[in-house]
Design a protein around this ligand. Sequence first.
Ligand code: SAM
Length: 297
Amino acid sequence: MEPKLGNPQNTIAVIQKYNFVFQKKYGQNFLIDTHVLDKIITAAGITNNDMVLEIGPGIGTMTQYLASAARKVIAVEIDDHLIPILEDTLSEYDNVTILHDDILKVNITHLASQYNGGRPVKVVANLPYYITTPIIMGLFEKDVPVDNITVMVQKEVADRMQVGPGSKDYGALSLAVQYYAEPYLVANVPPNCFLPRPKVGSAVIRLKRYSSPPVSVRDPALMFRLIRASFNQRRKTLQNGLSNSPDLSLSKEQIAQAILALGMPASVRGETLTLEQFARLADYFFEHTHQKGNPLC
Ligand code: SAM
């Protein structure tokens, strides 16, 4: 079935038919550019074997494209007013299930086992920008079976996902994304590709999940506690950032010893450490503190 939405005329027609009012609180900016939609579907590499999870289908624009390419699409939408619209715009597609729910409360692992025999799913979305980070972190940290995540995000967030030490955009999100996945910038997307137009530029990014992470670390959760503590106070030294964190119980001496043992200067700042260095720091604490019956939390 050829997708019918994705251009301004048909989108406006649907919105007028249902007197739909855009809700800012749900980050509603609908895509009205067929070239961008085609790029997203191609970048996600969807085949007719795939189950796709779409987060926030809106009026079903991208859902029509996904349903034409995939075996099964599960679309999770929070807004009550969009459910009857989706039932209309997707009525001709028998491979789409609409779930009326908050994506942050959905058990995606359960959906993968119910609809995909537990095999990894592809996640595709024009994300609601107010919850981009919790959605992506939830997919990674809850060990959801995911093959790749192809999403529209704020341009600035796409930048944060790709940079390393030395950039002002480098932070906990960069390290988490790069530990779990290989980021690839698919396209920059200007505001005029959406209705209504967002105030910021957007970008499509694909995160291909690694089968094994690029660095080895004994306790990834501990590494991420160290990372968060370092970047929560990014202007402070690593030593102060870690010792001030309520999430860790490390003494100043333990931290100083670790920094010395890893060959870093005492005044080093957390924002200069690579993923590999955070992994070594976590392993140091795991071996010297954690294992001796003094867990860090
Ligand atoms: N996919 C559509 C498109 O590209 O035209 C709409 C994208 S719009 C940027 C984000 C969508 O996510 C909206 O439909 C919004 O109602 C929905 N949404 C917002 N918060 C959500 C949540 N917590 N769970 C599920 N959907 C959500």
